[in-house]
Design a protein around this ligand. Structure first.
Ligand code: ZN
Length: 173
């Protein structure tokens, strides 16, 4: 992913946090989805290959279906990832023409790895916005080392997700 795309995704997530008045850290991702006009459902029969899917259900509504067979942290990240598809690839509240053309009956599956990568970056940026991340990171340096598990627990994400975000932002190696 090029740096222009990275910057775009970061700024978009920040704008969405502001527009929907989302409090960071996010304690209840389902409530955030509801605020946007969507619902989150869990479904056991979901294709084993997918942690989650998203589809348009109406003019201003959408539905995210996630597999129950994941940890709570993983579920939150999956929902945030699907929101990435919603704003980045389905045009929701961003591009009326693209949104208009979304099929509301068939699950949209995002095949390209670039789109998957972008949705993951969006998820990380939504759950750990740059400014908050840097502040929390600086507050969790002990003896010259970052306590990444403290950062992760603040944002309710896995250590891996918190570490990736730090590397992405250039604060961790
Ligand atoms: Zn995806």
């Amino acid at each position: 992913m090029d740096s222009t795309t990275q910057r775009y995704i970061d700024n978009l997530a920040e704008a969405i946090v502001k527009a929907y008045d989302i409090t960071i850290p996010i304690h209840d991702i389902d409530a955030v989805v509801q605020k946007m006009g969507g619902v989150v459902k869990e479904q056991k029969g979901l294709d084993d290959l997918y942690d989650g899917t998203i589809c348009k259900t109406g003019r201003d509504s959408f539905s995210i279906v996630i597999s129950p067979f994941q940890s709570q942290k993983r579920k939150v990240f999956t929902v945030a990832h699907e929101l990435g598809h919603l704003f980045l690839h389905m045009g929701f509240q961003i591009d009326p023409v693209v949104w208009e053309n979304q099929d509301d009956t068939v699950y949209r599956r995002f095949g390209s790895s670039e789109q998957e990568y972008q949705a993951n970056e969006f998820a990380a940026a939504l759950l750990m916005p740059r400014k908050e991340y840097v502040k929390v990171l600086k507050n969790n340096v002990r003896n010259g080392r970052v306590d990444i598990s403290a950062v992760a627990s603040y944002f309710h994400v896995s250590n891996a997700a918190a570490g990736n975000r730090g590397r992405f932002l250039g604060y961790l190696i």
